[in-house]
Design a binder for this molecule. Structure first.
Ligand SMILES: [Zn+2]
Length: 337
């Protein structure tokens, strides 16, 4: 099969399009013929070698949609030809965290790898039937961002009428978080760095869009929009550039969810500010395996919508990574296989 493979950590030049052997599904596994693969920020960290040791050569990619192509021994209830979306979290299924449905807390938790390819092999439990009415590219754009955003709002127990702030609102995670926040009945304030993205964010029904000018930090504007009170919950995926501002934006007893660090992960915080104002800081990474099958039907019903900025052919994965690294996206970039 054709795949994107990396032999070493590095820039986009290490993404090599080449012929590799077809993967064979072992017991309990299914092989999916990939039609589209979603590109996530995490794929960039995988490429750069910052997510821990990887066996090389390595095929990146955790999100995909396609059709089941071959079944391993003992697989039941699935058949070749079924259109599926890959549920990107893999876990042991036996530990206390897994029994409680808190899969990312499983010591064995990891993400599917290898979707930048014509075929990928995953456990039987990692495929979810694809809803009708979605294209493969749309279905491939949902997994990681929507599961992460939904798990983050769940962790903060966001209630109808609460005010939530989403940094990096025009990105893949951001556009998912804006929509899922609205679906919960929250008032969503979207923060973006580029005025060109304001219109797109209004189309997603953001209640307010704040353009972040580094010369004028947005915490004052958030205070203005909340009659001086501050936000209930802030979703922070930028890290270094925004975390201090996130703490300043929430009211006493509010919550900051850290869910990514696209601008750097080393930050200085004033603990006295956190404990005196009783701010909750929540770390969120992916979510329960139940989230994707639960929310997928909402796309078919039009209550959620995939937001795709650009679709590249698989062999142009380097260009897809470059666009995502520039931050020049509204929604997702997707690879068509
Ligand atoms: Zn487990």
């Amino acid at each position: 099969m054709q795949a994107i493979q990396i032999d070493q950590a590095g820039g986009t030049e290490v993404l090599r399009y080449r012929e590799v052997p077809d993967p064979i599904p072992g017991p309990g596994m299914v092989r999916v013929k990939v039609h589209a693969a979603g590109v996530n920020h995490r794929d960039i960290w995988v490429r750069k070698g910052t997510v821990g040791e990887l066996p090389y050569p390595h095929i990146p990619g955790s999100d995909a949609a396609g059709e089941i192509d071959a079944l391993g021994q003992g697989v039941d209830g699935l058949e070749a030809g079924l259109r599926v979306v890959i549920n990107p979290g893999v876990f042991c299924g036996k530990c206390l965290a897994c029994l409680a449905g808190d899969h990312p807390a499983c010591a064995a938790y990891r993400l599917v790898e290898g979707t930048y390819a014509q075929y990928v092999v995953v456990p039987q439990s990692n495929v979810v039937p694809m809803p009708t009415g979605l294209t493969f590219a749309e279905a491939a754009s949902i997994g990681v961002p929507f599961v992460t955003a939904e798990a983050a709002w769940q962790a903060a127990r966001v209630l109808p009428g609460q005010t939530v702030v989403v940094w990096g609102a025009s990105g893949g995670l951001g556009t998912a978080a804006v929509q899922l926040g609205k679906l919960r009945g929250a008032r969503v304030i979207a923060v973006t760095r580029r005025t060109a993205k304001v219109e797109a964010l209004r189309k997603l029904n953001s209640d307010e869009v704040v353009v972040w000018d580094p010369a004028r930090p947005p915490d004052a504007e958030i205070k203005d929009l909340t009659a001086g009170r501050g936000a209930d919950v802030v979703l922070d995926s930028l890290g270094k550039a925004s975390f201090g501002l996130s703490l300043a934006m929430v009211h006493r007893g509010g919550q900051v969810i850290t869910v990514g660090a696209t601008t750097g992960s080393q930050v200085e915080v004033n603990l006295a500010d956190i404990f005196r104002r009783r701010i909750g800081v929540i770390g969120a990474f992916m979510g329960s395996a139940a989230i994707l099958p639960r929310i997928l039907p909402l796309f078919a019903r039009g209550q959620l919508m995939p937001v795709i900025d650009h679709v590249y052919p698989l062999e142009q994965a380097d260009q897809a990574h470059e666009q995502l690294e520039r931050g020049d996206v509204v929604g997702k970039v997707v690879l068509e296989v």
